[in-house]
Design a protein around this ligand. Structure first.
Ligand code: ATP
Ligand code: MG
Length: 298
């Protein structure tokens, strides 16, 4: 069912929801999350946000029920494999990887078990929420195994005697450690991604998606960049530029009171570390300012 308004499915509550809402707001989409609504209308653009469990997002896209979705690659790939196995529609377009939701899907074993490679998992039972991704990995390795499907508390399965190993999402590894487990194999590195359904959309919707993408690029790039200003001795300009990431084309301005020094302004592609600032100072730079950038468009 096509609607005039662009429909974007996002996670209602969980690890992706805050950053996802922040990203849309920074892209200029105005909305107000109130109560337990399933659909939230943007106030200033023809966009509706659909707030759902993350498990539902890939299917909503693959069935063409919503136009865009934000989802972790782990969930997206698991659902795509599951649908392939069931002969259901499994197509989507990946528009861009986002800068949040980073984690890895890893196989972990008891911390005292020896581990020399995937063949050590031969015949083991692996507890997981991602049976399809585990199967794809184990098939690639040519290792036979069995699964124990769990939707929560996967990390306690070995201790509870339900499985020999687990395959679960890890970010710091603290949960594994707390449960007496160690990471044996990383089978997928995941981030949140923006996906689109493959149904052709109206020209208006497609144009709106292009605009959102350009803005997202600007927002993400701005977050990773800094505006740097400093005063430098003219004779050391080249050495100073060499220390600054992305300083191929800085703005160099004369200083009204000083003929031997100039003001240098530039957008750096990364943050400036204290060590670099100290080196700049040693080269005679002064008044060094590192400022955050809110938006950029090239
Ligand atoms: P829902 O109620 O929507 O089904 P959920 O419990 O399945 O939520 P969350 O725990 O909120 O999901 O995680 C959502 C996504 O966040 C994960 O699928 C993954 O892509 C990403 N993520 C990032 N870091 C982690 C982490 N340390 N552990 C789990 N997921 C993480
Ligand atoms: Mg979920």
């Amino acid at each position: 069912m096509q609607t005039q308004r662009l429909r974007i499915a996002i996670q209602k509550k969980g690890r992706l929801s805050k950053e996802c809402q922040d990203l849309l707001k920074r892209c200029g989409v105005k909305f107000n999350m109130v109560g337990e609504r399933l659909v939230v209308h943007a106030e200033n653009m023809p966009i509706d946000l659909l707030l759902v469990r993350d498990d539902d997002i890939p299917g909503l896209i693959m069935d063409g029920v919503v136009d865009l979705g934000v989802i972790g690659e782990n969930e997206l790939e698991e659902v795509a494999l599951e649908r392939t196995a069931r002969n259901e529609p499994n197509e989507y377009l990946k528009l861009r990887r986002l800068d949040f939701g980073g984690c890895r899907l890893s196989i972990a074993i008891n911390k005292d078990d020896a581990y020399n490679g995937p063949q050590d998992l031969q015949g083991k039972r692996i507890a997981t929420t991602y049976p399809q991704l585990v199967k794809r990995y184990m098939d690639e390795q040519g290792v036979k195994f069995s699964t124990c499907m769990l939707n929560g508390s996967v990390e306690v399965a070995p201790r509870a005697g339900l499985a020999d190993a687990i395959c679960d999402l890890v970010s710091t590894g603290a949960t594994l450690e707390a449960n007496g487990l160690k990471e044996a194999e990383v089978i997928l590195r995941s981030k949140a991604v923006l996906i689109q359904c493959t149904n052709p959309l109206s020209d208006e919707k497609q144009a709106l998606i292009e605009r959102l993408l350009t803005r997202m690029q600007g927002v993400i790039q701005a977050k990773e960049s800094k505006y740097i200003m400093l005063h430098a001795p003219t004779e050391r300009l080249d050495q100073i530029k060499a220390l600054l990431p992305g300083a191929e084309d800085p703005t160099v301005l004369p200083l009204s009171q000083d003929n031997n020094r100039v003001a240098v302004h530039l957008v750096s592609s990364e943050n400036l570390f204290w060590e670099t600032m100290e080196q700049l100072k040693e080269l005679g730079a002064s008044s060094i300012l590192v400022l955050p950038i809110e938006k950029m468009m090239e």
